[in-house]
Write a protein that binds this ligand. Sequence first.
Ligand code: PHE
Length: 443
Amino acid sequence: MKHEKQNRELFKTNIGMLLACVGSAMGLANIWMFPARLEEFGGISFLLPYLFFLFGFSCFGLMGEYAFGRKMRNGPVAAFESVITEKIKKPPLILKSIGWFPVAALVCILSFYAVIIGWILRYLALALMNGFQNLDSSAFFSSFAGTPANIPWNLAAIGITAIIVSFGIQKGIERFTTVMMATFYIVVTIIVIRALTLPNALEGVKVLLAPKWEAFAHIRIWVYALGMAFFTLSLGGAAMLVYGSYMPDHTDVPRAARQTAWLDFLASIMCSLFTIPAAFALGLDRTAGTALLFITVPHIVTQLPLGYFFGILFFLCALFAALTSSIVMLEVPVEAMLSKMRIGRKTAALIVAVIAACIGVPLNFDMNLFGTFTDTVAIIMFPLAAVIAAAVIFWIYGAERILKDINQSAKRKIGHWYAPYMKYTFVPVCFLVVIAGIFLGGL
Ligand code: PHE
């Protein structure tokens, strides 16, 4: 289906649209950050603030991004520019071009994400060759990550992403993300059943969920829960806005946003129900983050019956989760270039791929550089992009106007409370996330 006004390609089916959006939301944060935070802050005591922010804040922000994208039928660059020039007669160039900032933030995220997808691809190849047997995964990981050995895998990750994006919305993004996401949920279900039927695994679940109520008193738990609720829904003023711009007019935006948030949450819970309980049952180290995925998981699978298959399945899922996110990260700058330059989609995808490679390849030489880069982008650039987008949508375009757009084809309409809530609570809270993230040194 093409959009009448601009000949813009739109999503073809509801399920394809939903799975593309869920694919953008569901990513590495779900696989390794969420289980780690659950364990660190005491499952339930992290889960409650997280759920509160996910459904009480981010989900409403997501409705705004979807509806704004759909209304403008443009990505952030052209959409912000037209909203700003509508309000201010001759805006300074920096203000007029502010939409490039969220796009730049995503290009930076893509650059480091593709480095990690490179690691996943390498591990998947290792799993296929039955290479986890007798592997010292810790030594292997440090001999590989942060070294030029990852460069070919890194480039392969960018290449795969660019090829999918170059096929366009329906034949590329929608088709591939549908297959990847459907496979992800089916396979993760199988993996979770395997993990939870290990002797002692339920003890691991109890440990995972055991509340540490005193954690509530720490500001960190609130900031982390809020930061993650934003990052996991890809709420940085670009990705979901661009997907919103491909939504047909009859899409029920509040419903689509709620479904995205629920499926994203489900994925996080499922990923937590594999790694931590399995590591617990097998008496393995449950250190958070990269170590959990690249050091503990290979250990887990070698100890499982049919471990060969579970190793392949797990890294396949991780690959699909990450790729469906890298796809939107590459699509956003492609969309921006198509809206501003007279070039074709394939050329644009190639240009973005080259830029992501130029930024990403040097990150393979030094893990400290990699860490500093990812922190700067995730802690400062991404939340800043979210604030800018929120201010443009709810303050400049107007919260009342966006509420109308949100409710356009909605069965259960959002009430009038939405406009003041977003203007006076959501936008200032986004701003607080930036400040708190900088001071706490992490989100
Ligand atoms: N939501 C993704 C994750 O959880 C990250 C992401 C951010 C994806 C921005 C797209 C855009 O890993």
